[in-house]
Ligand binder design. Structure first.
Ligand code: AVJ
Length: 318
């Protein structure tokens, strides 16, 4: 987010898409707000803190895997490739990939502009000579890639199991859109979290220190800040549940008592025990993962997992 946008947000001049999603989501049954709105400045910082938690295995597992397969990726990657990263956040895993494949350019795409520019600058500092071309955008909507990379073969990089936030219908849409943006001959390296025991999954989304709870509850603070909300945040509790039928972790914000509040001048009532559904994190077995990628127009050509088979990196071609 730009400084100006941050200030606008604090003054109540919020992103109209945020306002629309919140007002529609609070009025819907079940109530639900899309997970992408977690990532204001504070939310992005809290997410970074989550990635360091002992219970949150995905980041650590994927990072170790990426380091281990670096030489193989280097051998597989096209010369002169441009790496395009979707939802780059802090770009923490990116240096591992860049060192492995020596690309011609790096294009990080993220919705959180201030965070994006900060990370892009830091990265450019440690890779002198590498053109770093950040694009501030919601990658769920079509976006133009910078002209500088138009002639280069693309390697899409979509780590972290961010694809898991979407249901299969929207994931397929996004994978197809990525294929169109990246063009002929493109490849995609995607991280996908595996189905595993709820004994591992639930603590990863409901940690002992309460960082994930703070991350979830920050959405309510953001609504109060940016949309003139009066939500009594302390009346809500973070809930993480495993939904075995849908193979996903769900995060909810549960009202602990009957509450009334307003957002942008509109009144809402919630009964004790009612929730706002704030996130899905879908998990995939090997077959489901490959099926999803194929449905999205990508052919898996290599697949790597850690020894416990907790997390997979899949290399695909268009
Ligand atoms: C960024 C979507 C991959 O689903 O694991 C972490 C977000 N939410 N803890 C995930 C998240 C709560 C994360 N993704």
């Amino acid at each position: 987010m730009l400084k100006q946008e941050q200030e606008d947000g604090e003054r109540g001049l919020a992103d109209p898409n945020f306002r629309a999603d919140v007002l529609t989501g609070l009025a819907a049954r079940p109530r639900a707000i899309p997970a992408r709105w977690f990532y204001d400045r504070r939310g992005s910082e809290l997410f970074e803190a989550i990635t360091d938690l002992p219970e949150y295995y995905p980041t650590r597992t994927e990072t170790a895997l990426l380091m281990q397969i670096g030489p193989q990726l280097g051998a597989l990657a096209a010369r002169n490739a441009a790496v395009v990263e979707f939802g780059s956040g802090s770009s923490a895993k990116t240096p591992i990939l860049l060192r492995a494949i020596h690309p011609a350019a790096y294009v990080p795409i993220d919705i959180s502009g201030e965070f994006l520019r900060h990370s892009a600058q830091a990265l450019a500092g440690s890779f002198p000579g590498l053109p770093v071309l950040p694009v501030e955008a919601d990658f769920l909507r079509p976006l133009p890639l910078p002209g500088e990379v138009s002639g280069l073969p693309k390697l899409g990089f979509f780590p972290g199991s961010t694809i898991g936030n979407m249901n299969a219908y929207h994931a397929v849409d996004l994978l197809r859109a990525m294929r169109d943006w990246l063009g002929e001959g493109a490849r995609l390296l995607i991280g996908m979290d595996r189905v595993k025991s709820p004994d591992i999954l639930i603590p990863a989304y409901d940690d002992a220190q309460g960082v994930t709870a703070a991350f979830n509850l920050n959405l309510l603070e953001r609504i109060n800040r940016e949309l003139a909300g009066t939500i009594p945040v302390d009346a809500f509790r973070h809930r993480a549940i495993w939904n075995p039928d849908a193979a996903r972790i769900e995060m909810h914000l549960e009202a602990q008592r009957d509450v009334t509040f307003s957002v942008d001048g509109r009144a809402f009532e919630m009964a004790a025990g009612e929730t706002i559904h704030t996130e899905n994190s879908h998990k995939y077995g090997p077959n489901g993962a490959r099926m999803l990628l194929r449905a999205g127009g990508w052919t898996p050509i290599r697949e790597w997992t850690d020894p416990k088979d907790w997390f997979a990196l899949v290399l695909c071609e268009a």
